[in-house]
Structures are given as structure tokens and as C-alpha cells.
Design a protein around this ligand. Sequence first.
Ligand code: FMN
Length: 433
Amino acid sequence: MKHEIFHYPALEDVRRASEGMDAFLPLAEKTEALFAPLSMGKIQVSNRIAFQPMEGTDGTDEGAPGEWTVRRYQRFAQAGPGMIWFEAVATLPEARASAHQLYLTEGNVDAFRRLTDGIREISLKENGYVPVLVMQATHSGRYAKPHGIPEPLIAYSCPPLEDTPVSVERIVSDDDLKRYEEAFAVTAKLCCRAGFDGMDVKCCHRYLACELLSAFTRPGPYGGSFENRTRFLKNCYRAAAGACEDSGFFLTSRMNVYDGFAWPWGFGVREGGGLEVCLEEPVRLIRELREEFGIPMINVTMGNPYRNPHVNRPYDHGNYVPEEHPLEGLSRMMDGVSRIQHAVPDVPVIGSAFSYLRQHAGNLAAGMVEGGHCAMAGFGRMAFAYPGFVREMREKGTIRPDRACVACGGCAALLRRGEPAGCVVRDREVYRL
Ligand SMILES: Cc1cc2nc3c(=O)[nH]c(=O)nc-3n(C[C@H](O)[C@H](O)[C@H](O)COP(=O)(O)O)c2cc1C
């Protein structure tokens, strides 16, 4: 179904449109539910808003936070989300998704520490509380571009994703995977020293750990069965667990519960069912991560930003216009998040992809939290465009339409070019396409 650019000036317009297409979009009239504190075991968050990991491609050549990285996180700190889930930070030089992706090392750990200290100080001064800080540790796998050109390290040959016939040397060996697992131990130790409260073993958007979840066709110990496909992720957890002497330091993941590629090329899809969502394996995996590693929360997402970005972050501008209506994509995400939360009620779920609804995004976030469909709402593009939306919602219950994200894809376009990423509409003094 072709669709028009966003045309829902009133909340009622969204409600009517979503009812017309039988979409799952629980909208609340008020946004107060987002400002209730939450305990997740020993972890306390002051409100239900998380800023999602948003790569800025603005680290120094050595992988330390650059000037614009610092500016970005200072803006985030000022805004007052209960949690800041830091962008992807590489675990090895070859694991970087761009030449300027952050990469945490012994040589730059103090620079990260200054950044986390600064965030806490600013938020305490401006908001009276500190955000929980989680760092996303990544191996970019298929999307590795450490020198600005693709140098893919792939889990298995996946026809829907291959632009050229795969050269066998691009498939990582079992020994490579063991080495990558060990890197998570080093990163976890540094992450703790850098002042983060916890570390995300990144398992989403078809980067390496995520790609392995669908390695049905890979031979050997990392492919085929559920146990084998989840081996890398769990070994990364094993390597990272105990790396930090601070007993409060936690491990968690941002996880794709649905890839949006038909079986056997996708995780979270029904075998023989085309693109139909099937959450049996994701639910099993989250339960096992809870039992085996005590994850205090899970950040749920979907899709692949390179091949099906409408699944990952619904939008209605840009070069690639999907057939799917953005509200359908949003509904799939909300439904998936809700079904995971109900299947694992003891693991607080952070939902994703709220920004598409612009000025109504807070109403959807509050509706999801109020209805028990997730514990926290994660905002990505909106945090780039208008971090002040948190305060505006707290004080007035609204998000100004003339400040909100317009889901134009400009930030993602900058990221793809390997240029510092930010909002090209609302932060134009700094970011231009
Ligand atoms: C420029 C850009 C950078 C991103 N970087 C990351 C990242 O480092 N890690 C991650 O898990 N997701 C990343 N994402 C995905 C977002 O966290 C988020 O899931 C997505 O934008 C949908 O949420 P939204 O509708 O609130 O924007 C990125 C998205 C964009 C547009």
C-alpha cells in the first residue's frame, strides 16, 4: 500500500488511521506514565524514557569520544532521560562499522570516563538525578568498515544480503569467533572502568552476534541448532561476566526479536511462513539470558537498517520507500515488544522505534508503558532532533510539532556516508547533508 507523508496533526487522526488498518498502537491521552520511577533489581531509573543507542560516527582516529560526541551526550544528559544507552562501541579495530566509530581501549578509557562523569554531573545539576548508563559493545561483522570501505566479516552466506558472490574468506572461522568472544572480556573490564553501569552485548540489526542467531546453514559449533546459533552470544556473556570487580555492573543486550527475512535467513520468523513473526526462539533466548546471566532488562528491536529499514525505524521520506505503511511497521514493533514483555514478565522490556509518531510519540510510549506492554520506552531519532522533548513532556505533557523528529532519514544518510550523524532538520547549524 502506497502512503502519503505523515498527515496526523491530532492524536485522534493517528487513532482513526490505526483503527482503519487494525494496527496495535496503544495511545495514551497523557504522558504521565513515563515519569514514574522504576526498579529493575538493584537498578533504579528515575523515569521510563531511555535514549537509544545512536551512532554518531564522530570518534577520534583512536576511537575516543570526539568533540561532537561530547556535545551530543551533554545534550542528552541535560534532557533528563532515566537511561542513556550509549551507541555502538567496537570491541576490536576490525569490528568497527566506520573509521570513526567509538572503540574503547586502554589508551582512551580515561576519555570515556570523563564523558560519563560529565553526563552524571550535568544531569544531576539540571534534573536532580543521574541516568543509568549502558554501553553497547559491538562487533559489526557483515557491516565492518574500519577504514571507511566495506571489510565484511560474515557469519554465513545469506543470499538476501549478498550483493556479490560471497568470497569464502569473508566468512569468519570458529577460531575467529573464539577470539572475538574474548575481546568482550577486555571491553567489559574497560567499560566498567569507563564508568558505565552496565554493558550491552549487542545482538541486533544483523551485526555479528545477531547474524549468528539465524546461522541455520552454517556448519559446525556456531550454526544449525538453537544451542549452536546462540553459542557466540552466550560465550560473549561468559567472557564478560566477572570482568568487572564492581558487583553492581550488569550485562544485558539489545536484541533483534525479528529480522524480517524469510527462514532460513532470519531469526524470529516462522519456518515456511514467509515473513511471519514467530517469537518462540527470541523468548527462549531472553529467558535463558535471564536464568544464566541475570540480565536485569532487555532492549527489544527488529530489522536491518541496511535492507529493511522500514522494519527497524518506520519512516516516509528518503530514497527507499517501502510498500508497507509506516503505521504497519510501527504496529509490528509495538506488538512484538508487547508479546515479549508478556512472555517474560520478570524481565523489564525497553521498547523501540517511537520517533515516527513525531509529536504523538510520547502518547504511544505512555500507552505502551501504562498498558504493561513494556517497562521503558526508547527514543532514537527524537533524541537527535529534540532532546528537550523529555522536559517538555514532563512539564506540559506535549512534544512541539515544530521541534519533533520528522523521520526524514537524514541522520541515517549521514551515518551511511561515514560522516558525523545528527539531525539535519532541527540541528542544522551542526549537521548538513
Ligand atoms: C543515525 C542512527 C544511528 C544509530 N545507531 C545505532 C547504534 O549504534 N546501535 C543500535 O542498536 N541502534 C542504532 N540505531 C537505531 C536506533 O537506536 C533506533 O532503534 C531506531 O532509530 C528506531 O528508533 P526511533 O524511531 O526512536 O528512531 C541508529 C539509528 C540511526 C538513525
